[in-house]
Ligand binder design. Structure first.
Ligand code: NAG
Length: 329
């Protein structure tokens, strides 16, 4: 009896590991870095241990034949080559943190002119940021590309860009694709890209959007929008709750004080099977408010409780089966 229990425990342990690893994300924090010198260095951001994903913001000039260029505030640019970020990016990656390049943002000159243009931009991104060849950030292999498309005039061909990048990640080493739509649906710029189903992560901006964000004492609009989003996308498209890291990070609102997030909001949003965690805009405000420090412990799903419930059910089932095979069990 004792040894049979032992064997059972081993089977269950193997099952637990399978269950655990089949869930890509149990909840982490993604953060945008690069729009203010007050962000601190990329290395110091990763050394907090608070983040699962760091998004370099932004490559904000590209497409329609433009020479691609980026705006990383004073971190690097005209007077300081961005290749100095190479060791910092690698430092983050060595800690298991995923580093993405984010395209777009609120300012800049970007758009795509045709499906062929989308393909050319995809190839440019792959060669310069995803292949390990020498590019503007040095010889790096970033972990993903993020689309924070909120301007540029045209909403065309972003789905083509996603499809072309998907072709490249299938032919080469896998990299992630993400987008940061506004919570108000459908997102003017990104809806078609989202409908491809190819985006691993959606960093939905539940701020600066009064119809679908938190306001003091009122979680209803936020929860309603969260439910719509998590059921709108495919089950394998993970949704992050995108939030401002401080009240001044979102002039049109949506800031949620840490205690409200921890006690009221996270317990609710975590119930979605494709909950991925919290996205923060941006590291500069996070440094000032220590927002990620305060919420970090509460962001992961309570995976243990889920696994224990499942394992109890499996144990009952296997015990029942063994009782039939082994009369003395
Ligand atoms: C999600 O699953 C669908 C198949 O149902 C697949 O076509 C798609 O590539 C997957 N998306 C991601 C991001 O893995």
């Amino acid at each position: 009896m004792a040894s049979e229990r032992g064997v059972l425990m081993l089977i269950l342990l193997a099952l637990f590991c399978t269950i655990k690893s089949s869930h890509a994300s149990t909840g982490g924090i993604a953060i945008y870095w690069g729009q203010n010198n007050g962000d601190g260095t990329l290395t110091s951001t990763c050394d907090t241990g608070n983040f699962e994903i760091v998004l370099l913001a932004f490559l904000n000039d590209f497409g329609c034949g433009r020479t691609p260029s980026w705006n990383f505030a004073g971190h690097c640019g005209d007077w300081s080559p961005c290749t100095k970020l190479q060791p910092e990016i690698q430092h983050c990656q060595n800690k298991g943190i995923k580093v993405f390049l984010s395209l777009g943002g609120a300012f800049g000159s970007y758009s795509l002119c045709s499906p062929q243009d989308a393909k050319e931009v995809a190839n440019y991104l792959f060669q310069n940021f995803l292949s390990g060849q020498f590019g503007p950030l040095g010889s790096v292999t970033l972990n993903g590309i993020d689309l924070d498309i909120e301007g540029g005039g045209s909403n065309l061909y972003w789905d083509d860009l996603v499809k072309e990048l998907d072709v490249l990640r299938r032919e080469n080493q896998y990299f992630y694709l993400s987008a940061a739509p506004q919570c108000f649906m459908p997102d003017y710029y990104l809806d078609k890209a989202i409908k491809t189903g190819l985006l691993d992560y959606l960093f939905v901006q539940f701020y600066n959007n009064p119809p679908c964000q938190y306001s003091p004492g009122n979680t209803a609009l936020l929860f309603n929008s969260w439910n719509t989003w998590t059921s709108y996308v495919l089950p394998n498209n993970t949704v992050f709750l995108g939030l401002p890291a401080g009240p001044d990070a979102a002039p049109s609102g949506g800031y949620i004080p840490p205690n409200v997030l921890i006690n009221e909001v996270l317990p609710y949003v975590k119930q979605a099977s494709n909950y991925g965690g919290v996205m923060l805009w941006d590291r500069f405000r996070d440094v000032q408010n220590r927002y990620s420090d305060q919420i970090k412990a509460y962001v992961p799903k309570d995976a243990l409780r889920f696994v224990t419930a499942v394992s109890d059910a499996i144990y009952e089932g296997v015990s029942e089966a063994l009782r039939h095979i082994l009369p003395n069990y």
